[in-house]
Design a protein around this ligand. Structure first.
Ligand code: PNS
Length: 168
């Protein structure tokens, strides 16, 4: 039987329990899941790419078929290098749809053999985003249950950025 590898790409600044819910679902469906952290040149992330990779590795250590890497350049090229046929994206509300449709369609044009699959997270994570997590932290709210404890600790140790809630 052919082994199916899926890439789950994102900025993950930082990883949330919603992202991890999608990782768990993907790990149950595919032989290999590569969580691919974008080395983003446009956004100014709060965490470095090395920190973002480390946080996901710590949180995803329990899944033997999940690996975490940084990538740059086109996602379709990275997926080809990894031998992946599937791109996984989490979708929460209808508002996510337009952006996701645009990306999936463009990725299909760039590589028609690569399929994008959308998954919905468990209901408690349907309104969760990395941007909101950063804002809640900045304003002193509780992150309990929204991010792994390691991420919560790292967020609490961060000095406040100069422009709050940027890059939501
Ligand atoms: O978590 P995000 O920020 O929504 O993830 C966006 C991501 C990383 C999936 C997207 O920006 C991406 O794939 N970037 C890589 C460059 C690329 O392939 N761009 C063309 C996409 S159609």
């Amino acid at each position: 039987m052919e082994r199916i590898t899926a890439v789950y790409p994102g900025t993950f600044d930082p990883v949330t329990n919603g992202h991890l819910d999608i990782v768990a679902r993907s790990a149950g469906l595919f032989h290999q899941v590569v969580v691919a952290v974008l080395r983003n040149t446009h956004k100014t992330p709060l965490f470095s790419v090395a920190e973002r990779v480390e946080m996901i590795r710590t949180a995803a250590g329990g899944w033997p078929n999940v690996e975490v890497e940084a990538f740059e350049g086109l996602l379709v090229d990275y997926a080809r290098r990894k031998g992946a046929k599937i791109i996984v994206r989490g979708i929460r509300a209808v508002s996510d749809y337009e952006y996701e449709l645009q990306m999936a369609s463009m990725n299909r044009r760039l590589n028609p053999e690569l399929e994008t699959i959308f998954m919905i997270p468990a209901e408690p994570y349907s309104y969760l985003s990395s941007g909101l997590v950063k804002e809640i932290c900045l304003l002193g709210g509780s992150l309990h249950g929204l991010v792994p404890e390691d991420v919560e600790r790292r967020l609490c140790c961060r000095p406040a950025p100069t422009s709050p809630a940027k890059g939501l």
